[in-house]
Ligand binder design. Structure first.
Ligand code: MLT
Ligand code: MN
Ligand code: ZN
Length: 310
C-alpha cells in the first residue's frame, strides 16, 4: 500500500483566506514553525500506478500538481481512477467540480452523501453536464473493490463504517426524524486495504463520538489517519472566532479525559496520525505545549506530502 497525505488541514486550510490569527499570519509569512497546509484529502494505491483519492478538496488541483505519482502519463489521463468520500462537506467534495474535464473519476459514497451532493450542493447534476458521472454507493459494513469508471479494479478495497459526526451544514435538519440520528451515513470512516489483504489503513477525518465501535475499528488497523481538528472543545469560542464548539461542529477535541488523545492511549500497536487539523489548533505550531502533548501520547501530526508505504 502506498498512502500520501495531500492535505492535512480542515476546511479553510492554513492560512484561511479571511483569518488574521497568529497561526495563519505565520503560515503566510513562511514561518518555519507553522507550515501552510492544504485542505483535507489523502490518496491510496495498491500498485503505485492506480490511485484512489479519499475526499476531493477545493485545493485538489494544486494537490495533484504537487504530487508526481498523480501526474498524467498520457495526453488525457489521470492516475486518479476513483474518489471515495467520507462526507459531503465542502472541504471534502467541492474538488469534484475541479475534476470535471473529461468526466470525473468514479465516485464512491453513501446514500446520504449522494443525496447531499445531488439535492444540496447539486455537484453531481452539474458534473453530469461535463461528462458521464459514475456514482457507486457504499454500504457501511460491506467491503467493495474500488473500480475505475470502466469497471477495471484499482487494486484498492474499502469498507465504510458509520461514525457520529454531523450532517453537512447545508443539509441540517432534513432527516431530523431518522431514528439512526448521526449514524445514518452522513459521515463514514473507511478501512482501506489492498484487494484481498486485511492490513488496513483506517481513515476518519471527521468524528465526534468516540465509542467502542470506533475503538474496534482503530485497534484492527495498521495505521489510522484520524480527526485532529481541534485541541479543545471551546477553541474557536475562546479565540473569539465562532460561537460553535468542536462537538457542535462534529469533531471530538484532542485534549481532556474524553478527548481523542486519551481515547487513542491504549492503541500503542497502531500508528496514530492526526489529519484535518483546523488552522486554530495550537498543535500546528512546532514547539507548542499542545504539540508536545501529541508526542507524549505517541501520536503524530500529518503534514502535506506525508507518504507511507507497506
Ligand atoms: C468541518 O469539518 O467542520 C469543516 O472543516 C469546517 C469548515 O469547512 O469550515
Ligand atoms: Mn471539514
Ligand atoms: Zn487563522
Amino acid at each position: 500500500m502506498h498512502v500520501i497525505v495531500l492535505g492535512s488541514s480542515a476546511g479553510g486550510g492554513l492560512p484561511q483566506w479571511n483569518c488574521g490569527c497568529p497561526q495563519c499570519h505565520a503560515a503566510r509569512r513562511g514561518d518555519p514553525d507553522v507550515h501552510a497546509r492544504h485542505q483535507s484529502s489523502i490518496c491510496v494505491s495498491a500498485d503505485g500506478v492506480n490511485w484512489v483519492l479519499f475526499n476531493a478538496s477545493p485545493d485538489v488541483r494544486s494537490q495533484l500538481a504537487a504530487t508526481p505519482a498523480l501526474w498524467p502519463t498520457a495526453l488525457r489521463h489521470s492516475p486518479v481512477r476513483a474518489i471515495a468520500l467520507t462526507n459531503a462537506d465542502i472541504d471534502h467534495a467541492a474538488g469534484l467540480l475541479v475534476l470535471r474535464e473529461g468526466g470525473a473519476p468514479a465516485i464512491y459514497c453513501t446514500e446520504r452523501v449522494e443525496e447531499a451532493l445531488t439535492e444540496g450542493l447539486r455537484i453531481l447534476p452539474v458534473l453530469g453536464a461535463y461528462g458521464p458521472v459514475h456514482v457507486r454507493r457504499v454500504t457501511p459494513g460491506e467491503t467493495v473493490r474500488v473500480c475505475d469508471r470502466d469497471g477495471a479494479p484499482t487494486g484498492v478495497s474499502v469498507r465504510a463504517f458509520v461514525v457520529a459526526s454531523k450532517p453537512s451544514p447545508y443539509m441540517a435538519g432534513r432527516h431530523a426524524n431518522d431514528p439512526r440520528g448521526d449514524l445514518a451515513g452522513d459521515t463514514v470512516g473507511y478501512a482501506i486495504t489492498a484487494d484481498g489483504s486485511d492490513d488496513a489503513l483506517v481513515y476518519v477525518p471527521g468524528v465526534r463520538d468516540l465509542d467502542d465501535a470506533l475503538r474496534d475499528e482503530l485497534s484492527r488497523a495498521r495505521c489510522v489517519l484520524i480527526d485532529g481538528t481541534f485541541f479543545t472543545d471551546d477553541e474557536l469560542v475562546a479565540m473569539g472566532a465562532s460561537t460553535k464548539t468542536a462537538r457542535v461542529m462534529g469533531h471530538a477535541p484532542l485534549a481532556g479525559d474524553t478527548g481523542l488523545l486519551a481515547f487513542l492511549r491504549g492503541l500503542t500497536h497502531v500508528r496514530r496520525v492526526l489529519v484535518h487539523i483546523n488552522n486554530s489548533n495550537p498543535v500546528l505550531r512546532e514547539g507548542s505545549d499542545a504539540r508536545e502533548a501529541l508526542a507524549a501520547h505517541g501520536v503524530e501530526l500529518a503534514h502535506d506530502g506525508l507518504s507511507m508505504v507497506w
